[in-house]
Design a protein around this ligand. Structure first.
Ligand code: MG
Ligand code: MG
Length: 265
């Protein structure tokens, strides 16, 4: 069931997603060698609750009803998504870490992710991050009325594969609203002109998960952590957007994050 949102509902979604952007920026301030992913989780949870929201990931059940223990997903290097914050995982110089964050504010969900560099990262890994982020915006460009879900995935897939990267298929983007995961699924691959027609008021999270090597992944026994089979790095960027008459309106924001990253340089 796809729920198209009203203008008022889109404003509420924007507020929740804006808080996600600010939370990711708060986390960004602490991303450096020696920090544990659990420390980042504590910073995020406090920030979300201090702003009157709930971290939607905390306690979220997987298929086997195992609740996620963190407030953010912290996915380091070959972890593609759903890395569990841990006091045993410490960031090292040269790592990359995807931080995925979700909030519930005034009844509406925010969902956005950004992959960060820790210290000095190899140029080929930086390129993976750049291309993945570019592919997110190419996908967003397709999110206009009259286009179809497949146009989004096709744009992402073409850009990433033409750079020699793999596109994860087992996990996809999604509709978003009062629930974090609504219909429709939004794959990062597909055929142009296929799939559901995009309409004004459709709100979706677009989230390319892109691998440096093969696209194949496996899940660890914890039921959450998703890794590349070849243990090469993976990147993940996510925006929540609304389809509007004149194009895609990005409801989440990387502006706050990039202010922090630029002030560190
Ligand atoms: Mg997310
Ligand atoms: Mg999502």
């Amino acid at each position: 069931m796809v729920y198209l949102k009203t203008d008022d509902e889109i404003e509420l979604l924007r507020a929740s997603n804006d808080l996600v952007g600010k939370t990711l920026a708060e986390v960004a301030k602490y991303i450096k060698p020696g920090v544990s992913t659990k420390q980042l989780d504590t910073i995020a949870e406090e920030f979300i609750r201090d702003n009157g929201a709930i971290p939607t990931f905390k306690g979220y059940p997987n298929q086997n009803r195992v609740p996620f223990s963190g407030s953010i997903c912290t996915s380091v290097n070959d972890v593609v998504v759903h890395g569990i914050p841990s006091d045993k995982v410490f960031l090292k110089d040269g790592d990359i870490i995807s931080v995925d964050c979700g909030t519930l504010l005034n009844g509406f969900c925010g969902d956005s992710a950004y992959t960060f560099c820790v210290g000095e990262v190899a140029p080929e890994v930086k390129k993976l991050l750049d291309v993945t982020k570019q592919s997110l915006y190419l996908g967003i460009e397709q999110a206009v009325p009259g286009k179809r879900i497949g146009d989004i995935g096709n744009a992402i897939q073409n850009h990433c594969q033409s750079n020699g990267y793999g596109v994860v298929r087992e996990f996809v983007g999604h509709g978003i609203g009062k629930e974090m995961h609504e219909d429709p699924p939004v794959p990062n691959y597909g055929a142009a002109g296929r799939g559901m027609m995009l309409k004004n008021g459709l709100c979706i999270a677009i989230e390319p998960m892109i691998t440096m090597g093969v696209r194949n992944i496996y899940m660890e026994h914890d039921g959450w952590t998703v890794r590349t089979v070849d243990h090469k790095p993976a990147a993940h960027f996510e925006h929540t957007i609304a389809v509007r008459p004149c194009g895609a309106l990005i409801l989440s924001s990387f502006k706050y994050i990039e202010e922090v990253l630029n002030s560190n340089q």
